[in-house]
Write a protein that binds this ligand. Structure first.
Ligand SMILES: Cc1cc2nc3c(=O)[nH]c(=O)nc-3n(C[C@H](O)[C@H](O)[C@H](O)COP(=O)(O)OP(=O)(O)OC[C@H]3O[C@@H](n4cnc5c(N)ncnc54)[C@H](O)[C@@H]3O)c2cc1C
Length: 370
């Protein structure tokens, strides 16, 4: 018999997509999210949605129209500069089928698609125990019984250690996130073009990416020891900016503009689970998205995989033999994520190397000719 009462831990894109798909198949899942409301934290920048994973999931969820109405196919351009500010690659037309959408907009589409009351906000899970044929899930001062629990709770998943000993490891690179309004930063807008700009030098990089509503999101990427990344994270925005000025000294002034003029948003050290992460199937308990296969953003696959996982898991949980279907789901998503994680690790190594720009240029040219 298919599982009845399902707790989805985490209301990110993966967890919300799973809830939507289960509701379409007559289930009543509950999403337990630690944030107190949808706007509690900035949701990050623009995501490109791949046809065979992210877009396919939106289609299966009956949300293709809402997605296309909000997506920005015109923002798929790519530019590559070297540290001297020389433009090495410039593709400004939307030739890929990978429309961009702001993460906050995607999340809102998913939230709007759910039956009111599906997401229980302010529910940080800190207890999951076995109980009467299922699980007791709890936080501070409350607990509830469920037949099945899905850990869609991201990089630092509470659920994952119940299934696996794997822990995310620091990738050696930290991104410093910056925000720009196009109206106040016309030079950064010009540099960025219609999509994403990457400037690569000796083991460091600058990235800017056009978002919706006249915003641009930027990142300064630096190879740093984990302890230094933690130390920098405790500094004021102005002290971080000063340190970045030193790191990017000698770069072209129009590129350094990104560091000089951006509003400082935060420090993002990059972590990844070991490539090929998998776990032994346990009845009633599984993982999805970053909780299952956290990787660096250098393959652009994270959110796409989380959404595609949700499709496979919704099918498994509503099948007549959900135990073996979930086990098959786990094998499928782990195999698929392994390929993406290898790409992400390779992407990160290419960008942050002594010969970064040549490798990245080769990769960009190969994509055009693929
Ligand atoms: C800088 C950066 C850029 C990126 N760019 C891209 C890109 O261009 N393309 C792309 O595909 N991917 C990108 N990614 C990756 C992408 O953001 C993630 O892969 C995606 O968000 C994973 O979705 P998820 O639903 O699995 O987890 P998350 O989005 O992390 O959601 C997890 C949710 O669980 C909640 N939660 C956590 N712990 C608990 C708890 N104990 N109790 C209750 N709730 C909890 C959190 O509050 C959160 O809402 C990027 C990531 C970063 C850091």
């Amino acid at each position: 018999m298919a599982t009845q009462r399902i707790a989805i831990i985490g209301g990110g894109p993966g967890g919300l997509m799973l809830a939507r798909l289960l509701q379409r198949q007559g289930k009543c899942p509950v999403v337990l999210e630690r944030d107190r409301h949808a706007e509690e934290r900035p949701q990050g920048g623009s995501l490109d949605m791949h046809s065979e994973t992210g877009q396919y999931a939106m289609e299966r969820a009956g949300l293709r129209e809402a997605f296309m109405a909000a997506a920005r196919p015109e923002d798929q351009g790519d530019r590559l500069y070297n540290a001297e500010g020389e433009l090495l690659f410039d593709r400004n037309e939307p030739t890929d089928d990978r429309p961009e959408i702001d993460r906050s907009v995607l999340r809102q589409i998913l939230l709007n698609s759910l039956t009111p009351g599906t997401v229980l906000w302010g529910r940080r899970i800190n207890r999951i125990t076995h109980g009467k044929g299922g699980f007791v899930v709890g936080g501070d001062g409350w607990s509830e019984q469920f037949d099945a629990v899905v850990g869609a709770d991201g990089a630092w998943s509470y659920v994952r250690p119940l299934l696996s000993d794997a822990v995310p490891l620091y990738e050696g690179v930290t991104l410093f996130e910056l925000g720009f309004d196009v109206s106040r930063h016309p030079r950064v807008s010009k540099l960025t073009g219609n999509g994403k700009m990457l400037a690569v030098g000796d083991n460091r990089a600058l990235i800017t990416q056009r978002n919706g509503d006249g915003h641009i999101r930027g990142y300064a990427g630096v190879r740093l020891a984990e302890s230094s990344a933690k130390e920098w994270a405790s500094w004021s925005g102005e002290n971080v900016r000063q340190a970045l000025r030193d790191v990017f000294a000698g770069w072209a002034p129009e590129l350094r503009d990104v560091i000089e003029t951006g509003d400082f948003i935060g420090v993002r050290p990059l972590y990844a689970l070991p490539i090929g992460h998998s776990w032994k199937n346990q009845t009633g308990l599984t993982l999805l998205g970053d909780a299952a296969h956290l990787m660096s953003p250098f393959s652009g696959e994270g959110v796409n995989l989380a959404l595609a996982d949700a499709v496979e898991l919704a099918d498994a949980l509503t099948s007549t033999d959900d135990r073996s279907s979930v086990s098959q789901y786990e094998r499928t998503i782990c195999a698929r994520a392994t390929v993406a994680a290898e790409g992400a690790a390779q992407g990160l190594r290419s960008v942050f190397s002594f010969t970064g720009v040549e490798h990245v240029l080769e990769h960009y040219r190969a994509r055009v000719h693929a």
